[in-house]
Ligand binder design. Structure first.
Ligand SMILES: [Zn+2]
Length: 507
């Protein structure tokens, strides 16, 4: 098995362990893990589609029952409940590095998927199979009528984006990875630090954005918002797209049209880019006007030539207009989705921007706090819904306020402390989904918490949030501060906590 390539790449000397393992074999401990560098394949050979289909999503074994053959048992043991994640290699035509990699890889090894000069995912080999019929059924055949019959069953799939160049160069491999390559234990160990997995990629990242004429679901909209592709300068992603999206959402909140003519766009978005973009970045509203189309959420109308970025004068001449797609606007007109989207955009892309300031500028001021804006700007006890016929009247149900305080004996549900007063104790009733605009939460017990003044402010100003397991977490770090105290008779509705988490950018 020791071809020249193998000697160069596989420095482990750790041969002799089982070559082609079978499904269910015990994983090697990480000390003996090799790397299998695996080109994902170009779009021409349907690489991205194959990856999405059989690795990211995985295949249903039940759909391939007829071709599993002798591997049926082992595969079912590996993937007893969920989808089977599989990837394959066509048979090597000669004794080259690829042949060595197919023969030398082992159960427990780590696979790194390569595409476009980057490593884009890693996975663990759970089993190795040679099954032509299964490969044909899952991936078909290539131009040479070959199929990907040397199959890896995969677990622990993680997607990320890390430059391949430093790793390939450290391993003295060509700049572009063209074929399956095995890297020995030592080589992997040396390069592990070069793999940056810190920026996990949301599933769907490599999918083409939804095309024209397709309908966008709520999930599609959020997937697209999580995966904005941004122009990056000196490793700093431009803020133009997220700023523009906030502006567009602000228009929806104000019930304005979603489509805007270029000149209006320029006059409104330009100053936002100037004030909230990176200090040294140029103010070029024509960029987001045009390039947001790649998000799949954005329409540009009135332009014939759809290839080059249009100049401002061309946009003016064409009277071009742009805005959120009809479906995206429909999703984002709903208050719950809107709160989540704003939280997501602010926390994912605009972490360094003063949130209160930018939201105020785009007409979304109420979203900087959980309570919302109050008609009378009242204090902590004066959160008032606007009701027809009333102006600045305190309309919250005082009986509910009293009952939640009594239920918890004025003890804060977060920290358990209670503020002592001369004759009694003091606590505050906090709405989870605020009563004020734009939240319009309900005034009911299932939407209320009993909090001390400090935690009320922290909750309201989105410094803390409550997760699905009732842990109180700090929004800046995600760390658990406390476990929320709950009275047996107090039903708190998760949907309101979810709304609050959305505002926190924590969904
Ligand atoms: Zn407290």
């Amino acid at each position: 098995m020791k071809t020249e390539t193998d000697v160069r790449l596989s420095e482990t000397g750790d041969e002799g362990s089982t070559g082609a393992g079978v499904g269910g074999a015990a994983l090697l401990d990480s000390a003996g893990v090799q790397w299998v560098l695996q080109p994902r394949g170009t779009p021409r050979v349907r690489g991205p589609q194959h990856f999405k289909h059989s690795v990211r999503e995985g295949v249903r074994l039940a759909d391939y029952e007829h071709v599993l053959g002798a591997d049926a048992q082992a595969l079912k043991e590996l993937f007893p409940t969920g989808p089977a994640r599989l990837w394959g290699a066509t048979p090597p035509s000669k004794k080259d590095g690829k042949a060595a990699a197919i023969a030398g890889r082992r159960v427990g090894d780590e696979v790194l998927f390569y595409a476009d000069k980057k490593f884009v995912a890693s996975a663990r080999i759970l089993g190795l199979f040679h099954n032509q019929a299964l490969a044909k059924a899952v991936w078909g055949v290539d131009e040479d009528q070959k199929t990907w019959e040397h199959i890896m069953a995969l677990g622990e799939v993680v997607e990320f984006d890390t430059p391949a160049e430093p790793i390939l160069s450290e391993l003295r491999l060509p700049k572009t990875l063209r074929s399956l390559t095995l890297v020995g234990v030592e080589g992997r160990r040396r390069c592990l630090r070069l793999v940056d997995r810190s920026a996990p990629v949301q599933p769907g990242r490599n999918d083409p954005p939804p095309g024209r004429g397709t309908t966008l679901s709520r999930d599609d909209v959020f997937r697209a918002l999580s995966n904005l592709k941004m122009h990056t300068k000196e490793q700093r992603p431009s803020r133009h797209k997220p700023i523009t999206l906030l502006w567009a959402i602000g228009r929806l909140a104000a019930e304005q049209d979603r489509m805007v003519e270029w000149q209006t766009f320029r006059d409104e978005v330009g100053p936002l880019l100037r004030d909230f973009g990176h200090p040294d970045s140029r103010v070029t509203p024509e960029y987001p006007f045009w390039h947001l189309s790649s998000s799949g959420l954005w329409d540009v109308e009135g332009l014939e030539d759809r290839h080059a970025t249009p100049t401002p004068s061309k946009l003016t001449a064409a009277r071009a207009s742009a805005g959120l797609k009809r479906d995206a606007a429909k999703v984002l007109r709903r208050s719950m989705a809107r709160a989540e989207a704003i939280g997501l955009i602010c926390s994912s892309y605009l972490g360094d921007v003063d949130r209160e300031e930018i939201l105020e500028r785009v007409g979304l001021a109420g979203y900087t706090s959980a309570s919302g804006e109050l008609p009378d700007g009242g204090g902590s006890e004066g959160r008032v819904p606007r009701r027809p016929g009333t102006y600045s009247r305190l309309e919250r149900n005082q009986q509910l306020v009293e009952s939640i305080k009594t239920m918890y004996k004025n003890e804060c549900q977060v920290c358990g402390s209670r503020v002592e007063t001369r004759y009694s104790h003091y606590s505050e009733a906090a709405h989870i989904r605020g009563l004020g605009s734009p939240h319009h939460g309900p005034d009911q017990l299932s939407n209320l918490l009993c909090l001390c003044p400090n935690h009320h402010v922290e909750f309201d100003r989105l410094a803390i949030y409550i997760d699905e397991e009732w842990a109180v977490r700090r929004n800046s770090t995600g760390d658990v501060d406390y476990q929320l105290k709950r009275h047996a008779a107090h039903v708190i509705e998760q949907k309101y906590l979810r709304y609050h988490r959305g505002l926190c950018g924590r969904l």
